[in-house]
Write a protein that binds this ligand. Structure first.
Ligand code: HEC
Ligand code: HEC
Ligand code: HEC
Ligand code: HEC
Length: 341
C-alpha cells in the first residue's frame, strides 16, 4: 500500500524541487497559536510563590531552557535567515511557540520559555480564585464552596489536569506547526513526533502537588488509557486541519498528509482493539475529506467532527472501561526525557 495518498508527483516533490512564490504572512500575526494571552500572563515567578516543587521540575525541561538556548542556536539562525527575520525574540512568529510574553511598556515582551501558563492558560482571571479556598482555610471551606471555586476557575479559562481534551489541544497548538511558509521556506520542522502519554510522563511530569511533593508518580493506568485515546484523536484532528492549510506541493504538504494518514491508521488500530462509537465516528469523519491541497473547508469540517467525538470521549470516560487498550500504551522506555523526582 502506498504511504502517501497524494498524486505521486506531489509525494515525490521535495523542497528543493519547488519554486513557489509564497506570500509572506509571517512576522505580522499576533500571538495566535500556542502562546497564552500575554495581557493576562502572570509569569512563572508568581506560580512559584506557592508551587515550588513544580517550578523546580519545570526548570529541568526543554520548555524552560529554550528561552536561553534558542536565540543561541545555529539552527534557529538558519530559519530566521531563510525567512528574512532579524531577531528571534522580537519576531512574533517564533515567540508564539518558544516563549511566554508579558506586557512591558505597553508591548509584549518575552519573559521566559514555555511556562506554567502556556499549558494551564494565562492566570490573570483565575490565579487568585483557584487558590484562595473561598476566603477560608482548606479545612473550613465547604464541599459546595470548593466546587464553585473550581467551576469559577475553569470558567475563567484555567486548564486543569482532569481536562484531558483541552490539555491535549494545547500541547498540539505548538507541537504541530501548521505554518506552510515556516516549514517550506524557513526549513522548520512540521512538528514533533508527539504522543500524549510518552511525551507527558517523562521530563514534563510534575505530579507533585497533591502528594505534598514527596514523590512524582506516573499518571494512573486509567488516566493513561484516556490520555492515549484522546491523544490519538487530537493528533488526527490537528493533522486534518494542518493538511487543510496546505496550498503548495512541497515539504509542508507532504509532511502533513503523511501525518494525517498515519493518524488514521493508528486510530483504526485502536478501534479494532476497542470498537467504541466515538472511534467509529472519528474514522468516518476522517475519511469524509481527501488529503489534498487547497481542501481547507472539507478538511476543517472533518476535523470538527473528530473534535466533537474526542470531546465526547474525554467527558464520558474515566479510563476504567478502556482496559482493552493496555497493550497499545507506550511503556516507560518510550517516555520522552526523565522526570525529576
Ligand atoms: C497563593 C498560592 C498559589 C499561587 C500563586 C498559585 N497556585 Fe496553583 N494552587 C494553589 C492551591 C492552594 C491549589 C490546590 C487547591 C485545592 O486543592 O483545592 C492549587 C492547585 C493548582 C493546580 C491543580 C488543579 C487541580 O485540578 O488539581 C494547578 C494546575 C495550578 N494550581 C496551577 C497554577 C498556576 C499555573 C499558577 C500561576 C499562574 C498558580 N497555580 C499559582 C495555590 C496557588
Ligand atoms: C507552531 C509552533 C512553532 C513555531 C511558530 C515555531 N516553532 Fe520552532 N519548534 C516548535 C516545536 C514544537 C519544536 C520541537 C520540535 C521537535 O519535537 O522536534 C521546535 C523546534 C525548533 C528548533 C529545534 C530545537 C532547538 O531549540 O534548537 C529550532 C531551531 C526552532 N524551533 C526555531 C524556530 C524559529 C527560529 C521560529 C520562528 C521563525 C520557530 N521555531 C517557530 C514549534 C514552533
Ligand atoms: C507542558 C505543559 C505544562 C507545563 C509547562 C506545566 N504544566 Fe502543570 N500539568 C500539566 C499536565 C499535562 C498535568 C497533568 C499531568 C498528569 O496527569 O500526568 C499537570 C498537572 C499539574 C498540577 C497537578 C499536580 C498533581 O499533583 O496532581 C499542578 C499543581 C501543576 N500542573 C502546576 C504547574 C505549575 C505551577 C507549572 C509551572 C512551574 C506547570 N504546572 C507547568 C501540564 C503542564
Ligand atoms: C507554547 C508552546 C508549547 C506547548 C503548549 C507545549 N509545548 Fe512541548 N515544546 C515546545 C517547544 C517549542 C519545544 C522544543 C523546545 C526546544 O528544545 O528548544 C518543546 C519540547 C517538548 C518536549 C521535549 C522534547 C525533546 O526533544 O526532548 C516535551 C517532552 C514536550 N515538549 C511535551 C509537551 C507536552 C506533553 C505538552 C502538553 C501537555 C507540551 N509539550 C506543550 C512547545 C510547546
Amino acid at each position: 500500500m502506498r504511504v502517501c495518498r497524494w498524486p505521486s508527483d506531489v509525494c515525490h516533490s521535495v523542497l528543493a524541487a519547488c519554486v513557489v512564490i509564497l506570500l509572506s504572512t509571517l512576522g505580522h500575526g499576533a500571538f495566535a497559536q500556542g502562546a497564552p494571552n500575554f495581557e493576562k500572563v502572570q509569569g512563572p515567578d508568581e506560580c512559584a510563590e506557592c508551587h515550588k516543587k513544580e517550578t523546580e521540575n519545570w526548570k529541568d525541561t526543554h520548555h524552560y531552557k529554550t528561552f536561553s538556548s534558542l536565540p543561541r542556536s545555529d539552527d534557529a539562525k538558519k530559519i530566521t535567515d531563510a525567512l528574512g527575520l532579524k531577531r528571534i525574540k522580537s519576531e512574533s512568529v517564533c515567540l508564539s511557540c518558544h516563549f511566554t510574553s508579558q506586557v512591558r511598556k505597553g508591548k509584549p515582551k518575552p519573559v521566559a520559555g514555555i511556562t506554567c501558563e502556556s499549558c494551564h492558560s494565562a492566570g490573570a482571571d483565575w490565579m487568585k480564585r483557584h487558590s484562595e479556598f473561598s476566603g477560608k482555610k482548606k479545612e473550613t471551606e465547604s464541599e459546595a464552596e470548593a466546587q464553585q471555586r473550581w467551576a469559577d476557575a475553569e470558567a475563567s479559562g484555567m486548564i486543569r489536569p482532569h481536562m484531558v481534551y483541552e490539555l491535549t489541544k494545547n500541547c498540539y497548538s505548538c507541537h504541530i506547526v501548521p505554518q506552510e511558509e515556516l516549514v517550506n521556506k524557513g526549513g522548520h520542522t512540521a512538528g514533533s513526533k508527539f504522543e500524549l502519554v510518552s511525551w507527558s510522563q517523562g521530563e514534563i511530569r510534575h505530579n507533585t502537588w497533591h502528594n505534598g511533593g514527596k514523590e512524582n508518580p506516573e499518571a494512573s493506568t486509567e488516566r493513561k488509557r484516556l490520555m492515549y485515546a484522546v491523544g490519538i484523536a487530537v493528533e488526527l484532528e490537528e493533522a486534518l486541519r494542518a493538511v487543510g492549510k496546505s496550498t503548495a506541493p512541497a515539504r509542508y504538504a507532504v509532511a502533513m498528509a503523511k501525518r494525517a494518514h498515519a493518524a488514521r491508521k493508528k486510530l483504526r488500530e485502536a478501534a479494532k482493539t476497542l470498537p467504541m462509537p466515538e472511534f467509529m465516528e472519528m474514522l468516518r469523519a476522517a475519511h469524509s475529506a481527501n488529503l489534498k491541497l487547497n481542501n481547507g473547508p472539507a478538511l476543517e469540517a472533518a476535523a470538527d467532527r473528530v473534535a466533537a467525538a474526542a470531546k465526547q470521549l474525554a467527558s464520558s470516560h474515566d479510563g476504567t472501561e478502556l482496559a482493552a487498550m493496555d497493550n497499545l500504551l507506550p511503556g516507560p522506555d518510550q517516555y520522552k526525557g526523565k522526570p525529576s523526582q
